[in-house]
Ligand binder design. Structure first.
Ligand SMILES: Nc1ncnc2c1ncn2[C@@H]1O[C@H](COP(=O)(O)OP(=O)(O)OP(=O)(O)O)[C@@H](O)[C@H]1O
Length: 313
């Protein structure tokens, strides 16, 4: 069964802002799923809907087979969400924080104590026990916050930008923690991030969002395959000439992604050398003036920018 199934989800805020524009995605049970997107893409809105804080305008959502419209309470009892602002109480000790959390979820005391010990040991938090929580670094506070949220043994853990603003070491510790959550507890993790490297090294599935809709979803392997696809960049003297070139190139390379960017075109390659020859031949044949053709090898960042930047389809 899918952990999360979303189809054609729309969210229009009261002020008329449409934050989600028919997004569809699937999260498999037990996987780490990363949602990538630039600011304003709709990531927080989506998390808020999936965690039942916000109501969708339309669309289908099921979480472990339960419909979000009719069974929100059941869904809520099986999930946990770690927001960017930590929910820990710095006046309480680490263990008091964890036991307090267990009370909120009405977990019997003995069971809560056992679970707390497992989580403290699993996440390497023992060495912080003797210090006051207020003295913890931002990274350790964030890890404690996640441990708190694991007290209720959620089936899905939502993490909104879990490593934002962290130094490299804290980020690595957080990555280890996420991998342990998946391997030791089998929890499905749904996270948002701005860091491509994080999404690539951690995730089973990555979904890139733009303007409230998914633009690419797949395994890091699929994304890498996408990366391996070279881009043919054809430069023209100006935008007008590029538009004329676009007509012919798009017709010739029908079925391929051809994008107009100001005074140049980009064409996704199948065989870059052959494509380069054919494009050059076509432009000469049609007497379309151009400034140059080159083969580009995009990085993951290039792909992300290309898929998410304004004005690019
Ligand atoms: N309560 C609200 N009322 C009206 N518009 C909103 C509200 N919350 C968010 N928006 C708008 O909806 C769009 C999507 O916002 P959202 O916060 O979901 O994006 P995001 O991808 O999480 O961005 P960020 O990475 O900056 O957190 C934005 O244009 C935002 O201004």
């Amino acid at each position: 069964m899918d952990a999360i199934y979303v189809e054609n989800l729309v969210k229009k805020y009261q002020n008329g802002m449409q934050a989600l524009n028919g997004v569809s995605l699937t999260v498999k049970e037990g996987e780490i799923f990363s949602l990538l997107g630039e600011n304003g893409a709709g990531k927080s809105t989506l998390i808020n809907i999936l965690t039942t804080y916000l109501r969708p305008t339309s669309g289908t959502i099921s979480v472990f087979g339960k419909d979000i419209h009719n069974e929100a309470a059941v869904i809520r009892s099986g999930i946990a969400c770690v927001a960017q602002r930590t929910s820990i109480d710095t006046h309480l000790s680490l263990t008091e924080n964890m036991m307090f959390q267990s009370k909120l979820y009405k977990i019997p005391k003995t069971e809560a104590k056992d679970r707390m010990e497992i989580l403290i040991s699993c996440f390497g938090l023992e060495r912080y026990l003797k210090y006051p929580v207020s003295s913890y670094s931002g990274g350790v506070k964030r890890r404690l916050d996640i441990a708190l949220n694991m007290m209720s043994n959620p089936k899905i853990l939502f993490l909104d930008e879990p490593t934002v603003g962290m130094d490299v070491q804290s980020r690595m510790a957080m990555w280890e923690m996420m991998k342990k959550i998946r391997s030791d507890f089998g929890t499905t993790i749904f996270l948002t991030t701005h860091y491509l490297e994080e999404a690539e090294s951690l995730s089973d599935t990555i979904c890139i969002m733009k303007d409230g809709k998914e633009v690419l979803q797949g395994t890091p392997h699929t994304l890498r395959q996408y990366l391996q696809q070279n881009i043919l960049k054809i430069t023209f003297a100006d935008k007008g000439a590029a538009k004329i070139g676009l007509k012919q190139i798009a017709k010739f390379f029908s079925g391929r992604k051809v994008v107009l960017h100001e005074e140049h075109l980009s064409v996704c390659c199948e065989n870059s050398q052959v494509d380069l020859k054919q494009a050059g031949h076509l432009l000469f044949e049609q007497n379309i003036a151009f400034m140059g053709i080159e083969i580009l090898q995009p990085s993951l960042e290039d792909v992300f920018i290309r898929l998410t930047s304004r004005g690019v389809s």
